[in-house]
Design a protein around this ligand. Structure first.
Ligand code: G6P
Ligand code: ZN
Length: 543
């Protein structure tokens, strides 16, 4: 087979964000854009010669064509082997698991996660390392450097392979093994959870609804919840993956999973509801009439994980991203285990997990996971909750009520201002950053600032320092706000305001979060001038 060298030059816009490279689909489809980036990954990671890779994506528009291009470039660079999900499909958690299980050198995951799909929407490519986790900052920097001096692409002159047939094919000297995307993941879940207990719960009349949002988890959820645990087929809704996710926004939160939320808050609600995102790493948990915030979900799981098979021995430690609420900190303190606070981005959990310092971790952005892989895992969170419910015999609402009673409640909400002019957003952050030292002691909309800083993280395992990770404002009486700019958007800037208020009085645990947090939101607006600077009177999304 002939290997061609195509002359090329750096293309702008190839710097990865919070989670891989995300761009408009048309940008990815532009001549040599994907080719350049894949070659830069290869060059930035010491070449592909003799290496094994895992490859798959969430099935969004351009997935299959991109897979063929990546295969040809890997063959062109001398890779030995590619393990490919049938149909070009793999959820992010399944890909992470496969990298670890097969001892692969890395993996290419095609997804823009929860961003919409389609030719006019978003596409993405994420490179994961041999530990199964997202590329660290160091590796990402090496890829950026390679993309900035790229001069040639090595590509095999070969025809497309069939993505649908299981088994082995060759692309020149490179072996491609097409595997079932679900099997290995299913076996892993069987090791971690007592699926028989969940099956018995369901056989006893417990009802559930899982919204796959026409994204990757449909086949996984069917295999686990319907085929293995005996839930009725209609328990998995929007179960067929579609290239444009049915025109929806595959983000599992109360806004984008509105149908499921409506059902769960209505008179015919099943006992349990859940959803996952485009590539299957995020989750939403909701009980009958009871939405669980991701921060609370992490705290509850940390408290009760010992009820699930693989976590019986207890937890080595836990971690949360800085904007995630402090609910899990209170559980960790009670259990006498460490709780680490990391910057936003799953990649920051990798070292702690590898070093055995933590067992569980999670983020406010609907990510929860454990040391079983090196990505967050949507269906893992669903099974963890079902396992906890099966063993405890308590409903979602009862579990949360008992949790708050014991630990207090960290009322929590996030306000997003989307597609803000980048210059305005940067200026807002820069101005606030410059004033941080002067804020403690001052009052804004009646609330007194006690502490203000720009979050920096020193990784305890490799000593690396990450600065400028978000502005933290602590107020008197357990209120905290965080301001940061999203690193996952594809147009303009998204300003995220995270609001949290700890309440421990037993009579005040069941108020409306929006009401409790309204004074804090007003104080943040007074400090940062959000309305005045952006011209927006309200956030676009509240989660
Ligand atoms: C992705 C990452 C998460 C991160 C989230 C929000 O899902 O995997 O680790 O928390 O994006 O990132 P953003 O920069 O948009 O707030
Ligand atoms: Zn995702």
């Amino acid at each position: 087979m002939h290997i061609r060298e195509i002359a090329t030059a750096p293309i702008s816009g190839q710097r990865a964000g919070t989670s891989g490279l995300r761009r408009k689909t048309r940008a990815f489809m532009a001549p040599l854009f994907l080719e350049n980036y894949v070659q830069a990954i290869v060059d930035g990671t010491g070449g592909a010669a003799g290496k094994t890779y895992v490859l798959g994506g969430d099935g969004r528009y351009f997935n299959a064509a991109a897979i063929q291009i990546i295969l040809r470039i890997l063959a062109g660079n001398g890779a030995a082997r590619v393990i490919l999900g049938q149909g070009g499909l793999l959820s992010t958690p399944a890909a992470s698991h496969l990298i670890r299980k097969t001892g692969a050198d890395g993996g290419f995951i095609l997804s823009a996660s929860h961003n919409p799909g389609g030719i006019e929407a978003d596409f993405g490519l994420k490179y994961n390392m041999a530990n199964g986790g997202p590329a660290t900052e160091g590796v990402t920097a090496a890829i950026v450097a390679a993309s900035e001096k790229i001069s040639r692409i090595r590509i095999a002159d070969s025809a497309d392979i069939t993505l649908d047939a299981l088994g082995e094919v060759t692309l020149g000297a490179m072996q491609v093994r097409v595997i079932d995307p679900v099997d290995d993941y299913l076996a892993l879940m069987e090791e971690l959870f007592d699926l028989d207990a969940i099956a018995a719960l369901i056989a006893g009349g417990f009802t559930l609804r899982f919204d796959a949002m026409h994204a990757i988890t449909g086949p996984y959820a069917r295999a686990l919840l319907v085929d293995r645990c005996g839930a009725s087929p209609e328990s998995v809704m929007n179960a067929t993956p579609l290239p444009d996710f049915g025109g929806g926004h595959p983000d599992p939160n109360p806004i984008w999973a509105a149908d499921l939320m409506g059902l769960m808050m209505g008179p015919d609600a099943p006992d349990f509801g859940a959803a996952s995102d485009g590539d299957g790493d995020r989750n939403m948990i909701v009980g009958r009439g009871c939405y669980v915030t991701p921060s609370d979900s992490l705290a509850l799981i940390a408290d009760r994980a010992h009820l699930a098979k693989a976590y019986r021995v207890g937890l080595a430690g836990v971690a949360r991203s800085m904007p995630t609420s402090g609910a899990v900190d209170r559980v960790a303190a009670a259990k006498g285990i460490a709780c680490h606070e990391t910057p936003t981005g799953w990649k920051y959990f990798g070292n702690l997990l590898d070093a055995g310092q933590i067992t569980l971790c999670g983020e406010e952005s609907a990510g929860t996971g454990s040391d079983h892989i090196r990505e967050k895992d949507g269906l893992w969170a669903v099974l963890m909750w079902l396992n906890i419910i099966a063993v405890s015999g308590q409903s979602v609402a009862d579990l949360m009520a008992a949790h708050w009673q014991r630990y207090g409640r960290n009322y929590y909400t996030r306000h997003d201002y989307e597609d803000v002019d980048s210059a305005v957003a940067d200026q807002l952050m820069a101005d606030l950053r410059a004033r941080l030292d002067s804020l403690p002691g001052q009052r804004f909309a009646g609330l007194r600032v006690t502490q203000a800083d720009d979050f920096a993280y020193a990784d305890p395992v490799d000593g690396s320092l990450s600065t400028g990770q978000g502005l933290r404002l602590c107020f008197a009486d357990g209120a905290r706000a965080v301001l940061r700019l999203s690193g996952t958007g594809t147009s303009g800037a998204t300003l995220r305001i995270y609001l949290e208020q700890l309440v421990t009085a037993p009579g005040d645990l069941h108020h409306d979060a929006g009401d409790v947090l309204a004074p804090l939101a007003a104080a943040v607006d007074a400090v940062a001038g959000i309305t005045a600077r952006t011209g927006r009177s309200a956030p676009d999304v509240r989660t």
